[in-house]
Design a protein around this ligand. Structure first.
Ligand code: ARG
Ligand code: ZN
Length: 464
């Protein structure tokens, strides 16, 4: 149900009716003022994201108190209306909202679970650029998401006084109001104030460090390429930084103070990996890269331009996996969460390719065999339920989809498909159908049967 307001009267009509009415009545006195939808209809996350507008840029000004893990922030969103908007939603989990201004005029708002519903003083016409400023504060509350039962999501404290926002897929709304779906990518400015001696690390390039009168320092980070909300991060702690400016873009790694030389040296191979991937796929997509190591974080995540690792040490293959995601995942991003194999299958297959490149054909084929024999049944990776979204089938059988394609079309065509699919979709969003279409076009073959069987068939097919 959507509503249509005709001058002073508000009628609730089914959407089709309101469209028909608009088609028949074109008087200037009649105009639609619709509320933006409270979700983007993702099958797995129907209420993540919001309809009716498109965010272009997030500018988040945030002060942090480590003793209480409290944030106080203003988030300014530059957006474009896609409809005549009487009201619209942002996603925000807990926290206290103190004020909302739209184009610098106080707006009214209500909270409803993880939705912040905003009614601007005047409705926003379709096509208009507008600005939303939300001032808010509180202690971010970690989010339990059945897709990742092994970790809570969003901004939280890890071990030893280290904080980091780790959010895939739903967690970012625990620290900033957002259109929390990968379909709405935007650029970011993150200004994070922390007391000395702490450093605030975030996505992109550090453009400024400001010494404030109260003794805190503000770290200003700019992510100039489009980024999905789940890839936004801030990591805060007492870090030692290691820089390497000899490569294609600067590599800056942040380690907890006291990290051993051996654990730090494990990340040295990053530059070689970046050259290898850039040669194969096209230039590394962002202005810098690096890792931030967070004691107590139990996994790894490809946060854009600054992957997060736990303190258990650099595993070469995990390093490659998170770096590969900067191309497939971060630059070329899924349009719906159930297409996660487009991220995880690709990242897993490149682990095998790296093994082959570094250690020879035997290392490649034993990795592929381990995927094939891992677990009794690898269920279909193409349309998982939420609890299987980051399950092993999506990774392992997702990688085998690519291996099957390669067997079918041959090496040269296979790598041309990957390169072309990447370059045609860099900084955008894709669906599985886009990948199949690219593979068919470039190979000049019908590949529906192969993709159907590998992605959606119950039983794992034989490799071509
Ligand atoms: N994309 C991650 C990977 O590199 C896994 C995502 C799990 N989510 C998380 N918040 N750790 O495989
Ligand atoms: Zn991954």
């Amino acid at each position: 149900m959507t509503s249509i307001r005709i001058t002073a009267f508000k009628l609730h009509l089914p959407f089709v009716f309101s469209l028909m009415l608009l088609m028949f009545v074109s008087s200037a006195a009649v105009f639609a003022q619709q509320p933006g939808a409270d979700g983007l209809g993702d099958r797995l996350y129907p209420r993540l994201g919001n309809g009716g507008y498109d965010v272009q840029h997030y500018s988040i000004n945030l002060a942090f108190k480590p003793e209480s893990n409290t944030i106080a922030a203003t988030a300014v969103l530059e957006a474009v209306a896609l409809l005549d908007l009487a009201s619209f939603n942002l996603d925000l989990y807990e926290l206290t909202v103190n004020s909302v201004r739209v184009d610098d005029i106080e707006a009214t708002f209500t909270r409803e679970e993880a939705e912040l519903v905003i009614s601007p003083a005047q409705s926003i016409p379709a096509g208009a650029a507008f600005q939303i400023a939300v001032t808010y504060a509180g202690v971010p509350q970690p989010i339990v998401d059945p897709a990742v039962p092994f970790v809570k999501l969003g901004w939280q404290e890890w071990d030893d006084g280290y904080f980091a926002a780790v959010s895939e897929p739903s967690g970012s709304m625990n620290w900033f109001p957002c259109n929390n779906h990968p379909l709405d990518k935007a650029t970011y400015t993150l200004r994070i104030a922390v007391p000395r001696p702490l450093t605030a690390v975030a996505n992109g390039v550090l453009s400024e460090t400001i010494a404030n009168d109260d003794g805190t320092r503000t770290f200003v980070w700019e992510m100039e390429q489009p980024m999905a909300t789940y890839l936004a991060t801030v990591a805060i702690g007492d870090f030692v930084a290691a820089r390497d400016n000899s490569g294609i873009v600067p590599i800056r790694n942040f380690f907890p103070t006291g990290a051993s030389d051996a654990s730090i040296a494990g990340y040295d191979v990053t530059g070689d990996m970046m050259v290898w991937l850039s040669d194969m796929l096209g230039p590394y997509p962002f202005g810098a890269y690096g890792v931030v190591v967070i004691p107590g974080f139990p996994a790894a995540l490809e946060t854009q331009s600054i992957s997060i690792f736990g303190a258990s040490g650099a595993d070469e293959l995990v390093l490659l996996h998170e770096l590969l995601h900067q191309w497939f995942g971060n630059s070329v991003t899924l349009s719906k969460w159930s297409d996660a194999w487009l991220h995880e299958g690709f990242a897993t297959y490149f682990m095998a390719l790296w093994l082959g490149e570094q250690y020879g054909a035997g290392a490649f084929s034993s990795f592929i065999s381990s995927l094939l024999t891992s677990g009794t049944a690898l269920s279909a990776p193409g349309n998982p339920e939420k609890t299987d979204l980051f399950g092993w089938s999506v990774y392992a059988r997702g990688a085998l989809v690519l291996h099957a394609l390669r067997g079918e079309v041959g090496d040269e065509t296979f790598f041309e498909i990957l390169r072309t699919f990447y370059s045609e979709n860099a900084y955008g969003n894709v669906a599985t159908t886009d990948f199949i279409a690219a593979a068919e076009r470039i190979s000049e073959r019908e590949l529906d049967d192969l993709f159907d069987a590998w992605l959606y068939g119950e039983r794992i097919p034989d490799l071509p």
